[in-house]
Design a protein around this ligand. Structure first.
Ligand code: CUK
Ligand code: CUA
Length: 629
């Protein structure tokens, strides 16, 4: 029984909102008692923070911010010598990006909890986070692409993680007039293979599509496994997207890509290797350090060279989200300038291809007849539909940015069942597994663009916000608001036990292959090599070895190679050096990390442990004596 007294404001921005007075039964649903664990992990993208935040659901508690595309002084990510190579690109070291869409790896269409992938939008990259350590372990740059937005969604056995391009750009990149866009700019859709054993990523091929904007994408699953769907806008190929230019066409397209066919074509020697520079950065667990390689070519596929591999499905009005239901039959196009949702049928699409129900072509790619592929329309469902998720019980949930609500509707009958306001202007939403064949349809998380009056003011900007709804009943029930970091574009949720049981507790010291590991205090030392000094240091509760260091001179380049000798769960130590131009290091049990210090002034300079590690933490310190040259 749910008796809820929700006094909600009318939907929309700027309403003077009377706050919801939640009954105790609602509070109980999100209450996780001290010492108890949450039921789900939610990996929430940090948007312009470039990171990925880990929350528990239903509590909304923040557990960790995983640094991905941005440096993070707290964890020395991008500051220590081990992780710096992770942020290398063909444009050099880039300490920031805009992260949008996390997606969890799958096996047989179900979440397997091994990895989270996430896209960097600005300098196109895909990152992989290993969920045994919750660390970014691989970043691959996407060449010939710009605005890596329709990414990083995975196929149902994680054969590929796929990246689209929001901008089309000259291909090959060159100096040319912008108003010669049409016909000269191209949109690359990139298929990155994921090694089934070790998860290693590699760009298998890029499909060079017409110069539209490729906004979002989703893999086929179940019956449509082997296909991938991308929404497009600006099929006018305007070089300026002021509304007059780009929204003339009543319908844009969903591009349907038969990637199995293209894979076969490529495996048989199809495609053309084209010079293209991109970085591939890998963090190795064994050595606790990353390497960065610049690769020099990719395999390009021209879609008109592979008949039967690419089709366009007309879809009204500048579709944003492109969402495939758990059965793989329905492809939902969320036309952001429309009040309706358009749903296509995969089986009708296959039939229409067989029957050659084409109404034309674009750059040699057949355009399917709308009526021949259209399954249904959810009518007048709201304003500005963006994204849809599924509960696995035959219902879909769509966000409406302009009318600021989540709308629940029935697959097959296309009727609206329920709607609830969001506070405010919701972008994405997430049901754990809602992106797979097996959703866990207990909660939906709405991620909002505007917060206004929902929290205490913190200057001109209020925190971004997520809202949790219970979706186990016929009607959705708002349970919780909680703040998020950066801008939460999308999230990936998973039952906590799938991930927690594989979580790593320590790094085994004896297995470390770090170049500068010091496996016992007795091996700690200071080695001079010209004006470079290497300090091989250890840390254990609660002292450093060596702790007093002499013989350093102004103008030296001093490397601190610091190993945490602890072999107990949850005992990191930190180290920071006065005046060091990097951040501190926060070193996990069994790990070695390195930072560089350039002593500039004569004196005796202290360093200390930054993480309160024992009753003697405040004693964990040392000095470096710096003498004149
Ligand atoms: S986008 Cu943010 S509301 Cu980057 Cu997924 Cu649609
Ligand atoms: Cu080690 Cu505090």
């Amino acid at each position: 029984m749910t008796v809820v007294s929700l006094v909600l404001s009318s939907c929309g921005n700027g309403s003077s909102s009377k706050k919801g007075a939640l009954s105790s039964s609602v509070a109980e649903k999100v209450y996780v008692a001290p010492g108890e664990h949450d039921e789900f992990y939610a990996f929430v993208s940090g948007g312009f923070s470039g990171q990925l935040a880990v929350y528990g659901l239903p509590s909304g508690r923040l557990f960790k911010v995983i640094p991905v595309f941005s440096v993070d002084a707290e964890k020395a990510y991008g500051f220590n010598e081990e992780t710096k190579p992770m942020l290398n690109t063909s444009h050099g070291f880039i300490p920031w990006d805009d992260s949008h869409h996390p997606d969890i790896s799958q096996t047989n269409g179900e979440l397997d909890g091994r990895y989270v992938f996430i896209n960097g939008n600005n300098t196109p990259r895909i990152a992989k986070i290993d969920l045994t350590t919750f660390e970014t372990t691989e970043i691959i740059e996407i060449p010939n692409s710009a605005g890596n937005h329709s990414s990083s969604f995975v196929t149902e056995n994680t054969e590929y993680v796929v990246a689209g391009t929001r901008f089309s750009i000259p291909f090959p990149q060159r100096d040319m007039p912008i108003d010669e866009y049409k016909g000269n700019f191209k949109g690359a859709l990139t298929f990155i293979s994921v090694d089934p054993k070790d998860g290693a990523m590699d760009i298998k091929f890029q499909i060079m599509m017409p110069g539209f904007n490729y906004d979002l994408s989703h893999p086929g699953r179940g019956k449509s496994h082997g296909w991938f769907f991308f929404t497009t806008y600006n099929t006018e190929e305007a070089n300026s997207l002021l509304e007059v230019n780009a929204s003339q066409n009543d319908k844009d397209f969903i591009a349907a890509i038969n990637w199995k066919k293209i894979e076969e074509y490529v495996n048989n020697g199809g495609g053309k290797k084209v010079p293209s520079r991109y970085a591939h950065n890998v963090y190795s667990d064994e050595t606790h350090s990353a390497t960065s390689t610049i690769k020099k070519e990719v395999l390009i596929v021209n879609p008109s060279d592979v008949p039967g591999a690419v089709y366009f499905l007309p879809t009204p009005k500048s579709p944003h989200g492109c969402d495939v239901d758990p059965t793989g039959e329905y492809i939902v196009g969320n036309g952001k300038l429309s009040a309706d949702l358009t749903i296509h049928s995969f089986s009708k699409m296959i039939k229409a291809i067989e029957d050659k129900k084409f109404t034309g072509e674009a750059y040699g790619i057949p355009i399917l007849d709308f009526d021949a592929v259209h399954a249904g329309t959810v009518k007048q469902s709201g304003l500005g539909p963006l994204h849809t998720e599924f509960d696995g019980k035959g219902n879909a949930y769509t966000t409406f940015f302009i009318s600021s609500e989540v709308v629940k509707w029935k697959i097959g009958t296309w009727e609206v069942i329920d709607r609830k306001p969001t506070y405010y202007s919701v972008g994405h939403l997430m049901i754990p597994g809602g992106n797979s064949r097996k959703p866990y349809g207990k909660y939906v998380l709405a991620m909002n663009k505007i917060t206004k009056d929902r929290y205490l003011p913190t200057g001109p900007e209020v925190t971004q916000s997520a809202q949790l709804y219970d979706i186990t009943g016929d009607k959705m029930e708002l349970l919780l608001d909680f703040p998020t970091i950066g801008e939460p574009h999308y999230a990936a949720g998973i039952p906590a036990d799938i991930v927690a049981k594989n979580s790593k507790k320590i790094y085994k010291l004896e297995e470390s292959k770090h170049e500068f590991v010091t496996k016992s205090e007795a091996d700690s030392k200071v080695v001079r090599d010209g004006n470079e000094v290497h300090i091989y240091m250890t840390m254990i509760r609660s002292h450093f070895a060596p702790d007093n260091i002499e013989g350093i001179q102004v103008g030296d380049k001093v490397y601190f190679h610091v190993t945490n000798l602890e072999q107990d769960y949850d005992v990191p130590h930190g180290i920071s050096m006065i005046g060091a131009q990097t951040s501190e290091l926060l070193i996990m049990p069994g790990q070695t990390e390195t930072f560089v210090w350039y002593p500039k002034q004569v004196g005796v300079w202290p360093f200390y442990c930054t993480d309160f590690c024992s009753a003697l933490h405040q004693e964990m310190q040392g000095y470096v004596r710096v003498s004149p040259k």
